[in-house]
Write a protein that binds this ligand. Sequence first.
Ligand code: DMJ
Length: 598
Amino acid sequence: MTTPALLPLSGRRIPPLNLGPPSFPHHRATLRLSEKFILLLILSAFITLCFGAFFFLPDSSKHKRFDLGLEDVLIPHVDAGKGAKNPGVFLIHGPDEHRHREEEERLRNKIRADHEKALEEAKEKLRKSKEEIRAEIQTEKNKMMKHAWDNYRTYGWGHNELRPIARKGHSTNIFGSSQMGATIVDALDTLYIMGLHDEFLDGQRWIEDNLDFSVNSEVSVFEVNIRFIGGLLAAYYLSGEEIFKIKAVQLAEKLLPAFNTPTGIPWAMVNLKSGVGRNWGWASAGSSILAEFGTLHMEFVHLSYLTGDLVYYKKVMHIRKLLQQMDRPNGLYPNYLNPRTGRWGQYHTSVGGLGDSFYEYLLKAWLMSDKTDHEARKMYDDAIEAIEKHLIKKSRGGLVFIGEWKNGHLEKKMGHLACFAGGMFALGADGSRKDKAGHYLELGAEIARTCHESYDRTALKLGPESFKFDGAVEAVAVRQAEKYYILRPEVIETYWYLWRFTHDPRYRQWGWEAALAIEKYCRVSGGFSGVKDVYSSTPTHDDVQQSFFLAETLKYLYLLFSGDDLLPLDHWVFNTEAHPLPVLHLANITLSGNPAVR
Ligand code: DMJ
């Protein structure tokens, strides 16, 4: 068995912001694109001003040219009365040499003074250090995060989430019965990326002193994996602080009993103390959920990589092997699989809830392995081809959507969650079969457009939980129970990936629209809240600030308005909760291909 080496990241108390390629810890981006853009604006304003000085001069076709000796100066040929009312125009009557020279001198002085003034102003702006300019931009870009974090800090500290209106802590059954500070762990890397170091250290201290997994609490294996293990690993990779790695491994050990099933397909929930697992009561015939047991790969491979213990790697590779052996109706993966019998439950396939991140992790397993995990790429390509064939349709109005397959019937309904797929298709374009990169980029762009329409066709300009394509109804929620928006990230996530790959300004425009809508309708004095009906112009709040709002929504918005050198995609792969994990350049060992572990 080959023990993978640790990444060369050293522990530092307050590390410098280093968010380029992880393999170059001391690489320091100079100015990011947005900052360069502002400098460029200042310079272009200055140049415009200089040109403006000349444009203020009257049209040369109406002028007489006077020989002024050393230089030619243009003198307007106008009547006295008119020019007198126009301070930008000066008057000449007849060939009075002396007056000409005076006017010439005045004009020259004026131009010189204007130039000098403009130059001084530009210099003044440039005299602000890069740090000051950066700080100004940062403050603006951080404002939403600060508001969400500060209020959680004040009213919900240590609780899993925040009730921003009641101003107290909040939790749901996915986190069990304990206060595990889900928002702190989920938000850590966003704070770090945004340069909010005091807040980051505050969170780190809480984790050091309070985060304890020896609790009698039944948690969701999937949620705890993507938010806690993913969040802790990302915080470790970004900051180099050992504590995050230690906590991630402690927690992962507590999740392992969930895999003690007849098939090795894990239970959906596990009690962190007793290790007893079970499935959700609502899941088809006691099944485990595809998007849950299929969304462990990234974190578990990193755990093996960091600890040298292959137990985690073996667990997720076993799941993969089992899935490869199963029949797939129409090439599609059903969402439900019984962990006792190893048989599919209900034949329901979706790229939204219950299925979504399984497909995402096939692609990301390949990317994370430095594109050496060909098995994962093949599974992704096969799955996407079947999805395109059976689930992706175009509406009468020309909107491309992803429906849901239920027992041989296509339901023309797309969930907000499925909107992440626009970004996934774009991310998977490079390396696609038969060189269909252009096709998948286009498909991603079409999904982004459809999801933008689902936002645009509401009163609040925020998207509903799911929307239909039924006759005249397109990209609109019909049932009251589907009209809510709970601060979800998927649409902004897709905008960000499409922005990175195309730099089409529409994605920043759409992201900006969403940010304004969140500010206007979801911001309350105690934080940010979801809304119950996006079609009602007077929003009713649900009074929950979801932890993924800080982990994902605000992070993707921030990245959308940052340069591409911030977490470049050829070095970092984002888990499904937007926690960035580095590509593993394993040189002579690849976890999937290493014969020693087969
Ligand atoms: C997040 O917790 C993750 O993105 C997950 O994969 C599904 N959706 C929520 C946010 O909507």
